[in-house]
Design a protein around this ligand. Structure first.
Ligand SMILES: CC(C)(COP(=O)(O)OP(=O)(O)OC[C@H]1O[C@@H](n2cnc3c(N)ncnc32)[C@H](O)[C@@H]1OP(=O)(O)O)[C@@H](O)C(=O)NCCC(=O)NCCS
Length: 165
């Protein structure tokens, strides 16, 4: 994992405009100008400030080229955090997102006093569910939701500080 940078624009826009990748995600593709401003903000934003999402990059370890990102939100009261993740399709299937999510969980538990980290996923998003379970998260609850005008089931996963590793 590394900081996002404005020089990541091309790679960031490439995977963020992949409809398959964004199918179950809260974000939508943005213009280059908006994405550039977002990358600039994220390049220097303070990490894990309560109530503010921070997006960190997942990079190819050899070239440091951006291949995905991880979002982290520490709750206002600091007692839990939430994680989201995206990996571009060419790099999937090798355990890279799993490694990045593990590193992000370490970061949260080392840098904050959060007792648990939540991962929220659509029940149809099987790769995401497999990843959450691979890193040791367990399903806490399922709730009916509406996503982009469609009824769906949202699964809430969690990992607790004591159970990590
Ligand atoms: C969710 C997402 C990141 C998972 O990507 P992924 O490539 O399956 O995850 P990883 O990089 O950790 O790779 C794990 C896969 O590689 C395999 N793999 C191969 N070598 C591996 C290794 N050394 N270690 C771990 N897994 C390995 C695993 O078996 C697994 O495949 P499987 O799920 O078919 O069993 C990806 O599908 C994605 O970006 N989706 C769109 C965004 C999204 O919906 N995010 C979730 C909502 S927050």
């Amino acid at each position: 994992m590394r900081r996002l940078a404005t020089s990541d624009l091309a790679e960031f826009q490439s995977y963020r405009h992949d409809p398959q990748l964004g199918q179950y995600q809260g974000w939508s593709p943005t213009t280059d100008a908006e994405a550039s401003s977002f990358l600039s903000e994220m390049s220097s934003a303070e990490v894990l400030l309560p109530g503010i999402w921070i997006q960190l990059g997942i990079a190819d370890p050899a070239s440091l080229t951006l291949i995905g990102d991880i979002g982290l939100l520490l709750a206002e009261d600091g007692r839990h955090a939430e994680i989201g993740f995206t990996l571009c399709r060419q790099w999937q299937g090798r355990g890279i997102a799993t490694a990045a999510v593990r590193a992000a969980l370490d970061l949260v538990f080392e840098q904050t006093r959060a007792e648990r980290v939540l991962g929220v996923t659509d029940s149809r998003n099987l790769p995401s569910i497999r990843l959450l379970e691979r890193v040791g998260m367990r399903q806490l609850e399922a709730r009916n939701a509406t996503f982009r005008g469609e009824d769906c089931l949202e699964l809430i996963y969690a990992i607790f500080r004591q159970r990590q590793k």
